[in-house]
Design a protein around this ligand. Structure first.
Ligand SMILES: [Zn+2]
Length: 217
């Protein structure tokens, strides 16, 4: 049996692949709560796709995310499953990064839309994200380290950006085979266990409402 390329496997699972226009365009924001039913439908589609993908590829200990344009829906929704197996998925509607720490790190990322390679991308260690809940209220959440990287990667998709846009000039993605030879145990977006990282929600300070989603307590 010949080995199927990771990118072909993702294509077969319905993940839109690099080169498609939808991945290079900003996704349309939801009008909430008016478009609540539409948003719920997109969230369901994302969850279904992630279930299929998780069956085909082992993301345990790494976390994974999927943005709606990656399943052919040009709307501003993304879901992230944190590396920590017990953590609830994080659903993001109309997310926007409103602040990022000056402190950065650089780690390998993988993207389901071009999964044959891995690339080193610098990102802030901490980001503050504003997103809309289904009821139309705004919430602000701070994410750190591996989770911040995952979420930043997905929000980039909603802005029409791939991680290659974040890579330093002159740095190129490496083939998955070469990446495995580096002996790094971590791959694919999230690189640290997020369990030990303090995360908190900053909505109270801003008088915004809480949806129960977002950072773990
Ligand atoms: Zn991606």
């Amino acid at each position: 049996m010949t080995e199927v390329q990771p990118s072909q496997r993702m294509r077969d699972l319905g993940v839109v692949q690099h080169g498609a226009e939808i991945l290079a365009e900003p996704a349309a924001a939801f009008e909430l709560p008016a478009e609540k039913a539409t948003a719920e439908h997109v969230i369901e589609r994302l969850a279904d796709a992630m279930d299929r993908i998780a069956q085909a590829h082992d993301f345990s200990g790494k976390g994974m995310g999927l943005a709606a344009p990656q399943i052919g829906i040009a709307r501003a929704a993304a879901t992230v499953r944190p590396a920590d197996a017990g953590a609830e998925p994080i659903v993001l509607l109309n997310p926007r990064i409103v602040a990022g720490s000056e402190e950065m790190d650089e780690q390998y990322e993988g993207c389901l839309s071009f999964f044959d390679v891995r690339g080193m991308a610098p990102r802030p260690l901490r980001i503050t994200v504003e997103a809309t809940a289904l009821d139309g209220t705004t919430r602000i959440t701070v994410y750190e380290r591996g989770l911040a990287r995952l979420i930043h990667h997905e929000i980039d998709h909603l802005d029409g950006l791939l991680y290659t846009a974040r890579m330093r000039p002159g740095v190129e993605p490496i083939p998955i085979g070469e990446y495995r030879q580096t002996g790094l145990i971590c791959s694919c977006q999230a690189f640290v266990q997020v369990g030990a990282v303090d995360q908190y929600q900053g909505h109270e300070a801003r008088g915004l409402s809480e949806t129960g989603q977002g950072a773990r307590r």
